[in-house]
Structures are given as structure tokens and as C-alpha cells.
Design a protein around this ligand. Structure first.
Ligand code: ZN
Length: 469
């Protein structure tokens, strides 16, 4: 692979500007910090040029030229990623899909929506809602993240247990390879066993194999019933048994199974003033169970029966049920609040790991023990998508601690490695988790990834240094 040029050639920059025209680029002070500052505070290097193409042809022409010149490119969506991938490195030009934000078509007969990559997730949700349909991908950054970023990172979020991750929600897509070749895999066919499933190469590969420009996504009927319960539970065995019980009793209506450990509940109670917890921290775990379905009366009865039965079986110690939109929102706010603790406590190291449900109790106890050994005053909150085997952690070990990140990584990921889990459930690898890729993927797997990278981007211009060096 070619070495990244530290300063792009001026003549190249001029030719790139000509491709997109005056409305299609920013340079100098016109480039806003939000286009180059890393959300994880790793770096803020203003690029020489921010390209803002408005069509696939322009993306193709840009990449063809950069490929020819060996010019590295940082593709950008909404800049909400959590692994330091999208902010440019020295010498990179940025390519934002922000102007490619059109909804091309909503097709109720195939239950699909066709969109350009720069469309914000929330816009897609709102547009399909107006057609009584649902695009179920949902995450905290919905207002700022874009579908192109969701696709390139295979975003997860809160309803994976029922609808799957972005990968499962994608039918076809269009992408541009590093040399400018347009791969047109944009179709609405749910069944299409004609050779390799090419779209999957671009989903979750974090912009290293190509730039997604358009996609056809799956839609679902808009649910008419919606109910949420927050359950206080005293042992993890009950949590695990409640998951099986809820899956068996609710079937397809089960749309979320989320949990907060007591430590996360306490952090929310103490440090997120605008969120009030519905009961005191008298339980070891707090589980949010959500039901969404197509029949208001029978769904509600099914949900209440499920909870009642769980109570009788001793799986739940305390429960609050919400079926009005405002109350549902306030229970979800508690679930989402651990991510906001940083605004009052200070820098929180955040983690996103996968592991088997049966190992979660041990993981929670052991990670706390190991962290306390090193930092007796550690502030730790564990929460996440228990139904998907995915936990998040927020950790504060006192002031001036960003530099301790690697030490924390080794403790958290070391335990994940012992439990044969994954160092990234939904955030990706980017630059931040690169040292730990080998902790959960084998040599032959990584060799195959490198082979794909070499085949599709032989000069290494696309997102260089992300996923692997
Ligand atoms: Zn998550």
C-alpha cells in the first residue's frame, strides 16, 4: 500500500474542486470543526479539502482521481461514530455524503425505501411513519447520524432483538470502489441467490472497501400497540430466565429487552438530573421489556399476562408498566440516560462489548473487581441490550484520565477475550479498537480481510488505518 501523502498536491485539489463545482466543497476556515473533530477527542486535524458531492457520478470521479494520485480519503456520514474512524488523519481529504440526502422512493408493495447515503436516520423514520410503515433501526444519534454511516458500521441499537442489525435491514445497495467503479447492487429483490452477496462487503467494513452511495432498505408495518415494563430484579439468573420467558410468551411482539445494572441505575439517579428513576435502587438489575404488535387489545392482554406469569414464577420483584406514549418515553429515558452521565461527572470511557448471556453476571462482577483493584474509587455503570448479548460500560477513574484509556481497554477487553466475546458489538473497530482486533478474530480471518482490502483498494486510499493498520 502507498504511504499516505502528508500534504495533498495543490493541482490535485484543484481538479477535485472542478469535479464538484463551487457548491460541492469547502476549504480553509470554511470547514467547520464538526467536520474534522473526533467525537472521542482523539484528534482534530483540519483537512485541506472537504468534498461534498451531490451524486454518485461525482463520488466516482473523485475516487478515480484520488486512486490515480494515491490520495487518501476519509468518507464521512454524520460524524457520530464512537471509534475515532471518520475524523481525517493528516494528509487525508474528507468526502462527506451530506448533500446526497434524498429519499428516492417508498414502495409499499415491496415494503422498501430507496435512499441516498447522506439521509439522516430520523428523516427516514419520519418519512416512512407518514406512510404507516416502520423503519426499525433506532439509536440515540438518530437526529444526526446518516444511513450511509449506519450501513458502513452495521449499526445496531435498541430493536435488534426483533428486527436485526442494519445488515439484516438492507436489500440492495450502490457503492463506489476506491478506483471509481460504481457497483450497482441496487434492487428490491428479497430473494436473490445469484452468486456472492456483494452488498455485505460494504456493510460493516467502515468505509475501507467502498463508499455506499444509495441503499434499498426493508420496511415493516407500523405497530399499532406499544407497551413497556420496567422490572426490578434481584438476581441475574432471574434476568436470564425472564428473557427466555418473554421470548416464549411474546413471540414476535418482543421488540426490546434492555437492562441496567444497579451501578448504572445509581449513576442515572445521582447524575442525570432531568431523568427520574421510577423506583429506588433496591434491586440488583433493572430490565426494560418492550412489546410492539398489530392488535391493540390482544397485545396488551398478552403483555400483562406475560408479566403476571413472570411475577408468579418469581422472575420479577417489582414492576411498572407503561402504555401511554409519555410514560413509555420516560421509561426509555432511564434506559438511555447512562450515556448522559458524562455531562455532569466528566470524561467517561465508554465500551461496547458482546458476550454470552450466561457470562454476563460473572463479567459484571469481575470487571468491577479488576477495575477496583487498580482504581479503588472507580465509577462504573453497566447497561445495554441484554437480549442481544451486548453490554455497554461507562467508566470514570478520576480527573485527567483520557490517557489511561489503554490500561482500561486491557482490563475490559482482557476479560472479554477470556469469555470468547467481541470487543465491538455495534460501534466497529475504527482506529480506537484496532489493537484489539486480534483478541477476537483469528489470524486466518484477518488475513482474508486484508486480502479483500488489497483486491478492492490496492492503493489503500479508502479510510486508511481504520480496522487494521
Ligand atoms: Zn447500544
Amino acid at each position: 500500500m502507498t504511504q499516505a501523502a502528508i500534504v495533498p498536491r495543490p493541482d490535485l485539489l484543484e481538479r477535485l474542486k472542478q469535479i464538484v463545482g463551487p457548491a460541492g466543497y469547502r476549504d480553509g476556515d470554511d470547514i467547520e470543526p464538526s467536520s474534522y473533530e473526533d467525537l472521542m477527542q482523539d484528534r482534530a486535524i483540519r483537512p485541506s479539502l472537504l468534498l461534498r458531492p451531490d451524486c454518485t457520478e461525482q463520488v466516482s470521479a473523485i475516487l478515480a482521481l484520488c486512486h490515480e494520485a494515491g490520495q487518501p480519503v476519509a468518507p464521512q456520514g454524520g460524524m457520530t461514530g464512537l471509534v475515532s474512524a471518520a475524523a481525517p488523519l493528516a494528509g487525508e481529504v474528507c468526502l462527506s455524503l451530506a448533500r446526497m440526502n434524498k429519499i428516492v422512493e417508498i414502495d409499499p408493495y415491496t415494503s422498501t425505501i430507496t435512499v441516498e447515503a447522506g439521509t439522516p436516520l430520523q428523516t427516514i423514520q419520519e418519512q416512512v411513519d407518514a406512510h404507516d410503515l416502520l423503519f426499525p433501526l433506532d439509536l440515540g444519534a438518530r437526529g444526526s447520524c446518516t444511513i450511509g454511516g449506519n450501513l458502513s458500521t452495521n449499526a445496531g441499537g435498541n430493536r435488534v432483538i426483533r428486527y436485526g442489525m442494519t445488515r439484516e435491514l438492507t436489500i440492495g445497495l450502490e457503492a463506489v470502489l476506491a478506483d471509481g467503479t460504481v457497483i450497482n447492487n441496487l434492487h428490491k429483490l428479497r430473494k436473490n441467490n445469484t452468486g456472492y452477496d456483494i452488498k455485505q462487503l460494504f456493510i460493516g467494513s467502515e468505509g475501507t472497501l467502498g463508499i455506499v452511495t444509495r441503499a434499498v432498505l426493508k420496511l415493516f408495518p407500523k405497530p399499532v400497540s406499544h407497551a413497556v415494563a420496567m422490572c426490578g430484579i434481584d438476581s441475574f439468573q432471574q434476568v436470564a430466565d425472564l428473557l427466555i420467558h418473554a421470548q416464549a410468551r411474546l413471540g414476535a411482539n418482543l421488540s426490546a429487552f434492555e437492562a441496567l445494572w444497579r451501578n448504572a441505575w445509581q449513576l442515572v439517579d445521582l447524575h442525570v438530573p432531568h431523568t427520574s428513576v421510577p423506583f429506588p435502587d433496591s434491586h440488583a438489575f433493572y430490565v426494560l421489556v418492550e412489546s410492539m404488535g398489530q392488535d391493540e387489545a390482544s397485545d396488551s392482554e398478552l403483555f400483562l399476562d406475560m408479566l403476571d406469569e413472570a411475577h408468579r414464577k418469581g422472575l420479577i420483584d417489582e414492576v411498572i408498566v407503561a402504555d401511554a406514549p409519555g410514560k413509555i418515553k420516560s421509561l426509555w429515558a432511564v434506559r438511555d440516560a447512562p450515556a448522559e452521565v458524562a455531562s455532569t461527572v466528566g470524561y467517561m470511557h465508554t465500551y461496547d462489548v458482546s458476550l454470552n448471556v450466561k457470562d454476563m453476571e460473572h463479567f459484571g462482577n469481575e470487571v468491577e473487581r479488576r477495575l477496583k483493584q487498580r482504581w479503588p474509587d472507580v465509577m462504573l455503570g453497566i447497561f445495554g441490550h441484554v437480549g442481544d448479548g451486548n453490554l455497554h460500560l461507562v467508566i470514570n477513574v478520576g480527573a485527567e484520565t483520557r490517557s489511561l484509556h489503554l490500561q482500561l481497554d486491557e482490563i475490559v477487553y482482557g476479560l472479554i477475550r477470556e469469555l470468547h466475546g467481541s470487543v465491538s458489538a455495534e460501534h466497529g473497530i475504527g482506529i480506537m479498537k484496532r489493537p484489539f482486533l486480534t483478541w477476537c478474530r483469528g489470524d486466518s480471518e484477518i488475513a482474508m480481510m486484508r486480502g479483500l482490502k488489497q483486491a478492492l483498494d490496492p492503493r489503500g486510499i479508502l479510510s486508511p488505518g481504520r480496522v487494521f493498520a
